[in-house]
Design a protein around this ligand. Structure first.
Ligand SMILES: [Zn+2]
Length: 352
């Protein structure tokens, strides 16, 4: 006789040990089918009040929950519900407490470059899943899920464009893509960015955001630390500025390589920047850590950073620093109109 408990469950789910926990679920799942069977027994295809009134009501009870999630985002710091469009207009900075939330590289570049126009720099793709790594999920499956969720190839985007008519190369790490973890692709991206900067004699601005190395790539991800360090050295030898913007959070192996090698180190307010996190340190030394430990302002006070800059003022700050370092006259202030599409194409062709 088939087990009534496992009958309702999906085929690959393990059978539940206690019938009680699953019983209400079955009742809910079965309800619409039961209603349908009632109508069928009557010999009619539709029975107006049940199918037209009761069923839509039941469905609306369970689907209503999804709507606010699409429209509202909860601030992780103060808990305020923020309307998503308003939040996007504010560059993903909480309008209530100024908490700087994660922003995708594409959104950041759109806000950074003149008229939101930039050219993507091609990054060579590494071998997929060299270790055939598997935890709860296979690594390729995890990658596919992250690619689908973000629409990006991996956790870093490299672009070329102008900020206040100052040409630069920019690379941004995507924390929403597997925690911005540094794998072979990120290593390749930084090398591509550095090579492009050297070729075009342009400064490189890097926005870091990472949970550390990508454990699914094992030692190959750790090898990106020396690789990216060499890439940064290439810039220094060419006499080109390398500016790092540290965003919340930048942790792990990234802070032991390219994220800490900038000529100028800028951070966004209250960003967590560390190699080992505060919880790990607290457990190791068994002492309470000071207020704001490893946060941007604390690191600025202790000489680890040069600047802490609000996301909305970042563009202006970068332009000022870059023009100073490259001995250019101060940038023209104020909003500049977007370059015409024809000029954009011509510039792209020139770049090739
Ligand atoms: Zn907030």
């Amino acid at each position: 006789m088939p087990n009534p408990v496992s009958e309702g469950a999906a085929p690959d789910e393990p059978p539940c040990r206690t019938g009680f926990a699953v019983a209400p679920l079955i009742a809910f799942r079965a309800a619409p089918d039961y209603l349908e069977s009632l109508t069928r027994r009557e010999g009619k295809k539709t029975m107006n009040w049940i199918t037209n009134y009761v069923r839509p009501k039941i469905n609306s009870l369970f689907s209503r929950r999804e709507v606010p999630e699409n429209l509202w985002t909860k601030c992780g710091e103060c808990g305020t519900m923020l309307f998503h469009r308003e939040l996007a207009d504010n560059l993903n900075v909480c309008t209530n407490c100024d908490h700087h939330m994660a922003i995708t590289p594409r959104e950041r570049f759109a806000a950074l470059f003149d008229g939101g126009v930039f050219t993507e720099v091609k990054v060579s793709e590494p071998i997929a899943d060299p270790l055939h790594f598997r935890d709860q999920k296979k690594y390729p499956d995890r990658m596919k899920a992250a690619q689908k969720a973000t629409g990006e190839k991996d956790a870093m985007l490299v672009a070329e464009g102008e900020i206040a008519r100052t040409p630069i190369i920019a690379a941004a790490q995507d924390f929403t893509f597997m925690g911005g973890s540094m794998g072979m692709f990120v290593g390749n991206a930084i090398i591509a960015a550095a090579e492009r900067a050297v070729k075009r004699k342009l400064p490189l601005v890097l926005f870091a955001a990472a949970g550390g190395a990508r454990m699914q790539e094992g030692i190959l991800s750790l090898m990106q630390m020396p690789r990216t360090t060499v890439a940064v050295q290439m810039l220094k030898e060419a006499g080109l500025p390398y500016i790092v913007v540290l965003t919340h959070p930048t942790t792990g192996g990234v802070t032991a390589s390219y994220a800490m090698l900038g000529d100028v180190q800028i951070a966004e307010p209250n960003a967590l920047i560390c190699f080992a996190g505060p919880r790990v340190i607290e457990q190791t030394i068994r002492e309470k850590l000071p207020e704001g430990f490893q946060r941007a302002e604390y690191l600025l006070d202790h000489g680890m950073l040069d600047r802490v800059t609000h996301r909305k003022k970042m563009r202006e700050e970068l332009v000022t620093i870059i023009r100073m370092l490259t001995r250019q006259s101060p940038a023209v202030r104020g909003e500049l109109s977007a370059p015409r599409p024809e000029t954009g194409k011509a510039e792209m062709a020139e770049a090739k």
